[in-house]
Design a protein around this ligand. Structure first.
Ligand SMILES: Cc1cc2nc3c(=O)[nH]c(=O)nc-3n(C[C@H](O)[C@H](O)[C@H](O)COP(=O)(O)OP(=O)(O)OC[C@H]3O[C@@H](n4cnc5c(N)ncnc54)[C@H](O)[C@@H]3O)c2cc1C
Ligand code: SF4
Length: 451
């Protein structure tokens, strides 16, 4: 990408302008409106895609956006961040003969219209007297709250940050997902009477027991935590960053020129690494490298993200692991020692284990190192709730989202574990919806006459 050196705010503006009216109509009219459409099955939230596209074609944008938002409370953000080529668009029958329908872009066209025209779609249900606490106001928590409010529950979200939205608000880079889109989705939920208690960290400001004792049910939707330590020398040097904090700063603080011309090395090859690397490019870093200890085949970043980073000029060094971060006398990063790897036997998760090649160490010059090697878990809070978990991945019944405490349900990234699909906004939204309905099934017998 071409960096704007005089006004870096421009580098952080949304990359794609969205479809024009003519483009949207032309694309909508290409849809075959398949019977038993495979795209619906491929969307984790099961949006009736042919129906919302048909409504765009007939000029009914309000109806189109309502179809989307009914199935997916995060329908506006998903239109921008879903890996569509692996989901709905990947299943489009037109893949066999032509190019698939641009489902994500059409979804964005309809939801952008709703945002611009300040349309509200839903009403709260008749109050049934039951109260549910939701811990975490990210995509999973907001979706759960929306469904509960529509079912007549008093839903209270407890959110540690000053604002809800989770990674939609603070994590995903603004040039892919502007904060205003997340704000609109939060507002839609609040308008249904959901109270969001921001700056309230459960486990610190209120205990797990207090919630469990004062609500009829609790939904745990706390996501995952910070980037874990690499466990190598030099991690405390000045110029070493946690990728999630780094991206968050670009969304919440005035953009700084301090990274101009710097050599950046990003460690990891998932969503977070791509977002950190492409943000570094936009902040003016002179050279940005991603180090990954496996190959491009095993990276968890989506194909579109990989292409996007390459187009931004990010250099990928596969089969390379960091072994030491090197500093100068002032304690500032000046380089990183790496070691070459090769793939050995498959590990428990089925992926071939990377093995260091002894004697292959080499040094890369670097002024900044960004750690994007996964996310840790909120084990302390999970244990405060006294829930069964596997290394911080809360165990739930797959149909009911019920944890080992029958009053506590869990959804979103907090139940995402190795080998269990992908951590995505759309999955968090669907699980939030499903856990709300599971809470309803468990509490409904106690107010059967209103159900
Ligand atoms: C940098 C990055 C880029 C990504 N890009 C994509 C993408 O392009 N497409 C995609 O589909 N997915 C992407 N993802 C994944 C996606 O963002 C997550 O899967 C999704 O946000 C999970 O939703 P969640 O609600 O479970 O968790 P989160 O979004 O993490 O929300 C959890 C919320 O709980 C709050 N919380 C935590 N602890 C407490 C506590 N003790 N008390 C109160 N509140 C608490 C947090 O503050 C947060 O607001 C990305 C992730 C990252 C990190
Ligand atoms: S929510 Fe995501 S997967 Fe579902 S139709 Fe929209 S873009 Fe496709």
């Amino acid at each position: 990408m071409k960096i704007n050196h005089t006004n870096i705010d421009l580098n952080f503006q949304e990359i794609h302008p969205g479809l024009s009216q003519n483009e949207a109509l032309e694309e909508a009219n290409r849809c075959l409106y398949c019977y038993d459409a495979p795209c619906i099955k491929a969307c984790p939230t099961g949006i009736d895609i042919p129906s919302f596209i048909k409504k765009i074609a007939s000029g009914n944008l309000k109806g189109s956006a309502k179809t989307i938002m009914t199935a997916n409370p995060m329908g506006a953000s998903c239109s921008r961040v879903c890996p569509t080529e692996e989901l709905c668009e990947g299943a489009c029958v037109l893949n066999h003969t032509a190019k698939p329908i641009m489902i994500g872009n059409l979804q964005r066209y309809a939801t952008d219209w709703a945002i611009k025209n300040e349309v509200d779609f839903f009403e709260p249900g008749t109050q049934n007297g039951k109260r549910v606490a939701i811990v975490g106001g990210g995509p999973a928590g907001l979706s759960a709250a929306r469904e509960l409010a529509r079912l007549g529950y008093k839903a209270d979200i407890f959110e540690a940050e000053e604002k809800a939205g989770g990674l939609n608000t603070f994590g995903i880079v603004p040039f892919r997902l502007p904060m205003a889109i997340s704000d609109w989705e939060i507002e839609q939920v609040e308008k249904l009477g959901v109270t969001i208690h921001t700056k309230t960290r459960i486990g610190k400001d209120l205990s797990a027991d207090e919630l469990v004792n004062s609500y009829d049910a609790v939904i745990l939707a706390i996501g995952m935590a910070h980037v874990p330590d690499l466990g190598i020398e030099g991690e405390n040097l000045k110029g070493v960053y946690d990728a999630i904090e780094f991206v968050r700063d670009t969304k919440t603080k005035p953009l700084s020129h301090q990274f101009f011309g710097k050599k950046a090395v990003v460690i990891g090859a998932g969503n977070t690494a791509i977002d950190a690397a492409t943000s570094s490019v936009r902040l003016g870093a002179g050279n940005v490298k991603i180090l990954y200890r496996r190959t491009s085949e095993e990276m968890t970043a989506y194909a579109f993200e990989y292409e996007f980073a390459k187009q931004d000029g990010v250099e990928f060094r596969f089969l390379t692991a960091p072994s030491r971060i090197i500093g100068d006398e002032q304690g500032r990063v000046i380089g990183i020692e790496c070691i070459k790897m090769e793939l050995g036997e498959p590990a428990e998760d089925g992926r071939r284990r990377p093995v260091p090649i002894q004697g292959s160490e080499f040094i890369l010059e670097a002024d900044m190192v960004i750690k994007a090697n996964g996310q840790a878990r909120f084990v302390g809070l999970i244990e405060q709730f006294n829930l069964h978990h596997d290394d911080g991945v809360v165990k739930v019944d797959s149909a009911s989202y019920q944890t080992s405490n029958e009053k506590v349900f869990a959804c979103g990234d907090v139940i995402f574990g190795k080998g269990q699909g992908e951590a995505m906004v759309v999955s968090a939204a669907q699980q939030g919806k499903e856990s709300a309905h599971a809470v309803h099934r468990s509490l409904a017998p106690f107010f059967a006459e209103t159900v």
